[in-house]
Design a protein around this ligand. Structure first.
Ligand code: WQD
Length: 343
């Protein structure tokens, strides 16, 4: 019988791509989303791709009673992939309490329900931001977690600690934190993709909006860093590879292949690219010209971050297959169609 999985934030960027990957592996999916940073039209996009409409509950996970009611309504949930969280670094600095409440109370309420069950599988959406500026590159899972540069990053660190502490006393709870590097791109169908609300904070959506003429030019935040071309280096991973990793991680827990009931994996390509290299690859792979200027550094940016992927490759049997060019082409294709959608 197909297992039923709860995906919180399942109408979001990474969440929606993970729902597609889960359905394609035969899982039944229930999505919880409060639509604060996504659109109900994403549900149609998912359904168009897979031919299967996920169950959907519009609710706010900050309501403890609603979370309890949900798990009573769906006793057959076999696992949870938890994406729902606020994720804008800058906003978190201005409004820390919004981030601590939204990103942490919701996590606690879900875990409180899961520990009531004899067994539960939980996948947590974490981030390489927990490493800050790592001392050594590539970054392994043993790299020290550094003092967070923002309340957003702090909620990822605290979230991981909450899960680890809970797993210590609840053997039936098996959890994995996935530390994403920089997710980019879109489903090849362009039926789903990234939907930044307002001015994009992240590099690739700003690039595609500039290329289509929605933005005048890209500001490159600093070219005086100690890197080859002076711009920051990141590990850009195609969202399709990232979505697949979530299914693999969940299957690891369902199959009982985990080495302990709390594990952490870095999800990246293992390759670092500078901002200027991303711009060059975008122009070459899409044929679009990208107007940009060099601007000042952005507060809180680390110089370089890219993953050591050995643990995920060996333990999960997963590796990122898609290239930076493929990711940027998919992001551009999505940008050209999303303008026509009323998303
Ligand atoms: C990448 C590079 C910028 C915009 C953040 C979060 C991380 C995750 C991904 C949520 C940097 C440069 C950017 C622009 C630029 N978020 N840049 N001009 O900061 O590595 O990671 O988003 O999970 O947790 O920390 O990603 O895309 O914002 O920036 O020059 O207009 O592009 O300086 O070097 P970042 P990013």
């Amino acid at each position: 019988m197909n297992k039923k999985i709860l995906v919180t934030g399942g109408l979001g960027f990474i969440g929606s791509h993970t729902v597609v990957a889960l359905q394609e592996k035969g899982f039944k999916v229930v999505i919880i989303d409060n639509l604060s940073n996504s659109s109900i039209d994403v549900l149609a996009g998912i359904t168009k791709i897979t031919g299967k409409e996920p169950e959907f509950e519009r609710m706010d996970l900050r309501n403890k009673q609603e979370v309890k009611n949900f798990f009573q309504k769906y006793p057959d949930i076999e696992g949870v992939i938890h994406f729902a969280a606020s994720k804008a670094v800058g906003e978190s600095v201005e409004n820390p309490l919004l981030y601590y409440e939204n990103n942490l109370s919701t996590l606690v309420y879900i875990l409180q329900e899961l520990v009531e069950r004899p067994k539960a599988h939980f996948i947590f959406s974490s981030s390489c931001t927990v490493y800050g500026q790592a001392d050594n590159l590539p970054i392994t899972e043993n790299a020290p977690v550094k003092k967070a540069e923002s309340p957003y990053g702090n909620t990822k660190q605290i979230g991981e600690e909450i899960i680890a502490d809970t797993c210590k006393v609840h053997a039936g709870l098996k959890a994995i934190s996935l530390r994403y590097f920089n997710p980019i791109g879109a489903h090849p169908s362009a039926d789903i993709g990234e939907l930044p609300i307002g001015t994009p904070q992240n590099l690739v959506p700003f690039i595609t909006q500039t290329a289509i003429g929605k933005r005048k030019e890209l500001s490159v935040f600093g070219d005086d860093y100690p890197t080859e071309d002076g711009t920051c280096i990141r590990d850009y991973i195609h969202v399709m590879d990232l979505a697949r990793a979530h299914v693999v991680a969940l299957q690891r827990l369902i199959n009982g292949s985990e080495k302990s009931n709390y594990e952490v994996f870095n999800l990246g390509t293992g390759k670092g690219n500078s901002v200027l290299e991303v711009i060059k690859t975008f122009e070459e792979s899409t044929g679009q010209r990208l107007p940009y200027k060099i601007a000042g550094r952005r507060e809180g940016d680390v110089i370089a971050a890219y993953a050591d992927t050995e643990k995920a490759n060996k333990e999960l049997g997963w590796k990122a297959d898609l290239t930076l060019a493929e990711a940027l082409q998919s992001a551009w294709k999505w940008q050209t169609v999303v303008e026509d959608k009323d998303l």
